[in-house]
Design a protein around this ligand. Structure first.
Ligand code: AOS
Ligand code: ZN
Ligand code: ZN
Ligand code: ZN
Length: 427
């Protein structure tokens, strides 16, 4: 299934007058603050968030998976789904693949299919957190950190194979997330585990093409509950720094202990030129992988405040980070959820773009916290939804993607095409 421009147009015709009214009003409000709304719109139009292939099917909680209908059955159908998201919101122009779940059987066909839908291939992800059938060595006690050099070899080779597929598809980065860790004090030698991980990552790093980046993800706990080899941004940063200039830290919003100041981590990494990318999601307790903006939209805005500050500073050593969602759904229609996530990210970005940075700096330099808060919240509390809708309209996408998705009955169509009981590969 594909969403056509005619379908989008018909949907947009229904809401166009109302949209014009709200956007014109917002444009005036922004004008009064000396903000050129078109400049913000252009940035939103250029901003693309990669969709993870594993978020397109029902993910499941740690206890059960309640599959929805019409889920993608193949890599081609996963690409179709992202193509539909992109047609609806104009902001999901990339897909992030996970190997071996998404091994392309016909690379040329996969490439041209994605290109026809306007999609690029973002970071490829390796998987050494579960055993595959016919695998020689188990990852039960770790992969790159394993005590047995043969298990480490196998995990390194797997990463090199992931790079190989990524190269064929035109991807430019590898994301490494390791489940490696231990559940009991004394179980693992911390120093040896980290050293082995570093040595293995070095070999993988050296196996990347010259124009590739490596993103090292961190996570404090889970699946193991006592220690994780790459537990925090400091450990990831340490590895990335020692690996080389094309290795970076990846921040997954759910991978922090409660109340961690993630925006400060972002600022610190950007100052060091080491923020490689994001896995956006939201959470209340841990790695909940809930819809972006569902729980803490203000925190997301504060994170984007740091990102914009870092990106707009001409002397900043940080390359533009890779924007990716990492999500897993059990209750919602995954496509509806992803539409909501992308919109929340765009909104937070736009809100951060309208912060009066000159005044904010003045407030900071004169030690005026009350004024600083006024400035931040002035931006945060401006309803920019019509501006995001205008960016979509200008990009040929839907004014209201969620509404369009429902009124086009996309899920019903998918169920008709693919069946009610479909089993996506992966988790
Ligand atoms: C796991 O917790 C990490 O967030 C990974 O980035 C990701 O969820 C995984 O690679 C997909 O299962
Ligand atoms: Zn992640
Ligand atoms: Zn995670
Ligand atoms: Zn997560």
């Amino acid at each position: 299934m594909r969403i056509t421009t005619d379908q989008i147009q018909t949907q947009n015709d229904k809401t166009l007058p109302q949209h014009r009214e709200s956007f014109d009003h917002l444009r005036l409000i922004l004008e009064r603050k000396n903000i050129d709304s078109q400049q913000v719109i252009d940035k939103i139009k250029n901003f693309q968030v990669a969709i993870p292939s594993w978020a397109l099917g029902t993910g499941g909680t740690r206890f059960a998976r309640f599959a929805g209908g019409g889920e993608p059955r193949s890599l081609k159908e996963k690409i179709d789904d992202v193509g539909m998201l992109h047609a609806l919101n104009g902001g999901s122009g990339a897909i992030s693949l996970h190997i071996p779940w998404d091994i392309p059987s016909d690379v040329d066909a996969v490439k041209s299919h994605a290109a026809a839908l306007g999609l690029a291939f973002d970071a490829v992800n390796s998987n050494t957190f579960q055993d595959q059938e016919n695998q020689g060595h188990s990852y039960k006690f770790g992969s790159l950190c394993h005590t047995d050099s043969r298990a480490r070899r196998q995990a390194i080779d797997h990463n090199l194979e992931v790079i190989h597929y990524g190269k064929e598809l035109g991807s430019k980065s590898l994301t490494v997330w390791l489940a490696d860790g231990s559940s009991f004090p004394g179980q693992m030698n911390f120093r040896k585990a980290l050293q082995r991980t570093f040595d293995a990552l070095k070999e993988i790093y050296q196996g990347m093409p010259e124009d590739w980046k490596m993103f090292v993800e961190y996570k404090p706990y889970e699946p193991y509950f006592y220690h994780t080899v790459i537990q925090d941004w400091g450990t990831s940063h340490l590895l990335a720094s020692q690996l080389g200039e094309r290795a970076f830290t990846l921040v997954d919003l759910g991978h922090h202990l409660p109340n961690t100041n993630i925006e400060q981590i972002v600022a610190t990494l950007m100052m060091q030129g080491k923020l490689g990318g994001f896995h956006f999601n939201d959470s209340k307790y841990g790695d909940d992988d809930l819809t972006v903006g569902a729980l803490k939209p203000y925190q997301l805005f504060l994170i984007f405040n740091e990102l914009v500050e870092g990106m707009e500073d001409p002397s900043s050593p940080n390359p533009t980070p890779a924007w990716m969602i990492d999500a897993s759904h059990n209750l919602k229609d995954p496509l509806e959820d992803l539409l909501q996530s992308v919109e929340a990210i765009q909104l937070a970005y736009a809100q951060a773009l309208i912060i009066d940075r000159i005044k904010l700096e003045e407030a900071r330099e004169t030690n005026d916290p009350a004024w600083a808060q006024e400035i931040l919240q002035e931006a945060y509390r401006t309803d920019l939804r019509p501006l995001i809708a205008e960016a979509r309209l200008q990009a040929g996408a839907a004014i209201k993607p969620f509404g369009a998705y429902r009124s086009l009955k996309v899920r019903d169509q998918l169920i008709k095409e693919r069946g009610l009981k479909t089993m996506a590969t992966g988790l």
